[in-house]
Design a protein around this ligand. Structure first.
Ligand SMILES: [Zn+2]
Length: 612
């Protein structure tokens, strides 16, 4: 999942244009820099702590079970804690104006000194997005991630100005990391972003495997196949070495068959690019580096020049290129300004906005609101993405508007121009067969997706008691003697919402206020009073928004005014020394009652007193 970043500089478009041209051509940019220096290499195996007999491995999901997003899983043995992933989630529909939801890390805060490390499986925001909020709260424990993932993490932390404080340790898929009693090893998986890994985490009482997000793709666009041999090796181990539990991605557990290969998508895109005469605009996810590579290659093959539009796309392309995950064919990328001067059959614009996001370039184009690109008859817009649950309507609106302007639309309904990064049923089965664990714990996804995953496991021979479904985030599992058991214990797993400037959390009162405003509108009451005597200098002033229809408003407002004045006098009569805050609060309560009696509605009421 991708979305514009929350905070940080937002260079104006022209500057950005210049900047992106500069960095794509000669890499001589000094702004928004991402250091590529290698972090702590992990060649030697650190000392093994003394083996402690017995003990339990505790597993606590802080997120990722009641949603697709904000993934975070805690593994705890004795005094050692290892966390896998720290993502964020896009808000649900009832969270008005909230930018992000991050995992509740109260449990970790209370055990800060025990945290040996946070392992990040890949660079998607639902796996790294929580780090900027969570790291400062946890005293900056070490973060382990592969090169590209680390590049994206650094970018995040830089935006929040905490990069220097962070303890970042780069790993490769063949690294071995000792984390207290735990030992972590990794295997490469295919996903919709390069450099994803699954984690093999060994504790004194046995090992588990966490897949991260994955699919099997024999022809991945980023050209590195999954490390199937490592998976098979783990699956071949017997006795106490056997993997106790496989924690596996359930996102696509309802979809039959295999996930379509990126190569098929590359071929479809190539066909469209080859056979189109007009301008081409491709909207996709900024993290689909492999897909972007395929588009750039096709552009070169068919004589198109590419302009990159959308900040997250520009930033990701830059990071991927710097770290060697993307090769930009010479002369293929130019600034939007330059590309728009070319003949139509040479123009290709690669943009974000595949989710119908309100501020995205594609949405602005569809509303004739884009400064540089005006959609015209003969343009072809390819939506190389699927709408994330909840975005369907927004995407449909953008497509309709583009159609109205004469654009020819190509999306997955027409041909395979997008494939998921998550494994379908056959991929999930394959993973279970490779890892061959004693138990399966479906993760990543709502209960209905995880239940579908459990069904596949039973179909291929897992016994009922060996498939474990968590009820919700915050549940605590204990693994002991090869068995999993759910405890009565629950750890805090509230929704921590982040608003605008990324201050970490906003009170639930703010959310509540927004909900009230959205449903019932707002009433503002202003009193002007004498500074000393507190007597009203005039009748209270009242204005409302989104509260009542004009027709009835006069009557209602008159009543509110009357009651406001009456209650103001009442409270001061009762207590002449009443503080301003108490006065306002009293009036507010009275008006709330009045409004409820008259209209069965409770607006947000704001009472202000001005002293003259
Ligand atoms: Zn992912």
């Amino acid at each position: 999942m991708q979305k514009e970043t929350i905070r940080g500089r937002r260079p104006d478009e022209e500057k950005l244009d210049k900047w992106i041209t500069q960095i794509l051509h000669d890499g001589s940019d000094d702004k928004l820099s991402v250091s590529t220096s290698t972090l702590i290499p992990l060649k030697t195996k650190p000392k093994v702590p003394p083996h402690r007999k017995g003990g339990k491995l505790r597993v606590i999901p802080l997120g990722g079970l009641e949603e697709v997003g904000k993934n975070a899983m805690v593994f705890e043995y004795a005094d050692d804690i290892v966390v896998v992933d720290m993502g964020f989630q896009f808000p649900e529909e009832d969270m008005l104006g909230i930018d992000y939801v991050v995992p509740d890390v109260t449990y970790l805060e209370e055990r800060q000194k025990n945290i040996r490390g946070i392992i990040i499986t890949h660079g998607h925001m639902d796996h790294i997005g929580g780090l900027p909020y969570v790291l400062p709260r946890l005293g900056f424990p070490p973060v382990y991630a592969t090169k590209l993932t680390m590049g994206l993490i650094k970018k995040q932390l830089e935006e929040f100005d905490i990069l220097k404080k962070a303890d970042l340790r780069e790993i490769r898929s063949d690294s071995v990391v000792r984390l207290g009693y735990f030992e972590a090893k990794f295997f490469r998986v295919n996903h919709s972003i390069p450099d994803g890994v699954g984690v093999y985490l060994k504790s004194p009482i046995g090992a588990i495997v966490h897949t991260g997000d994955f699919k099997f793709d024999n022809h991945p666009a980023d050209d590195k196949p999954a490390e199937i041999n490592k998976m098979k090796f783990l699956g071949s181990r017997q006795g106490s070495e056997k993997v106790i539990a496989l924690f596996s991605d359930s996102t696509n557990a309802l979809k039959p068959g295999r996930t379509v290969s990126e190569r098929v998508i590359g071929e479809s895109l190539d066909n469209v690019i080859a056979s189109t005469n007009g301008r081409i605009i491709i909207a996709s996810f900024a993290s689909l580096i492999g897909r972007i590579q395929q588009v750039l290659n096709s552009a070169q093959r068919h004589g198109r020049i590419v302009a990159i539009s959308g900040r997250s796309m520009e930033v990701n392309i830059r990071i991927a290129r710097e770290l060697g995950y993307l090769k930009i064919p010479k002369g293929v990328v130019k600034s939007l300004k330059e590309v728009l001067k070319m003949p139509d059959d040479r123009v290709l614009i690669l943009t974000t906005g595949s989710q119908g996001e309100a501020m995205s370039a594609l949405t602005r184009m569809s509303l004739k609101d884009h400064k540089q690109v005006q959609i015209k008859k003969g343009d072809t817009v390819i939506i190389s993405a699927h709408p994330i649950i909840g975005n369907e309507q927004a995407v449909a609106t953008v497509i309709n508007n583009l159609c109205k302007l004469g654009a020819n639309i190509v999306n997955n309904d027409i041909m395979d121009v997008h494939t998921s990064g998550h494994g379908n049923q056959d991929d999930l089965e394959q993973m279970m067969r490779f890892i061959n664990p004693l138990n399966l714990v479906p993760i990543h996804g709502n209960l209905y997706m995880r239940t579908a995953h459990a069904k596949i496991a039973r179909r291929i021979g897992f016994k009922e008691e060996n498939v474990f479904l968590f009820d919700s985030n915050g549940d605590v599992l204990e693994i002991e003697n090869g068995r999993i058991r759910q405890t009565e214990e629950r750890v805090p797993s509230n929704y921590i919402v982040v608003d605008g400037l990324g201050t970490g959390d906003i009170g639930s009162q703010v959310l509540l206020d927004r909900e009230i405003m959205a449903q019932n509108g707002i009433v503002v009451v202003v009193f002007r009073m004498n500074k000393k005597s507190k007597e009203l200098l005039e009748k209270p002033f009242i204005t409302t928004r989104g509260f009542v229809y004009m027709k009835e408003s006069e009557k209602v407002v008159a009543k509110l005014k009357e009651e406001a004045e009456k209650s103001y006098k009442q409270i001061l009569h009762k207590d002449p020394k009443a503080k301003q805050w108490d006065v306002c609060n009293y009036v507010k309560r009275v008006l709330d009652g009045v409004s409820h009696r008259m209209l069965a509605r409770r607006p947000l009421i704001v009472v202000l007193a001005m002293r003259n």
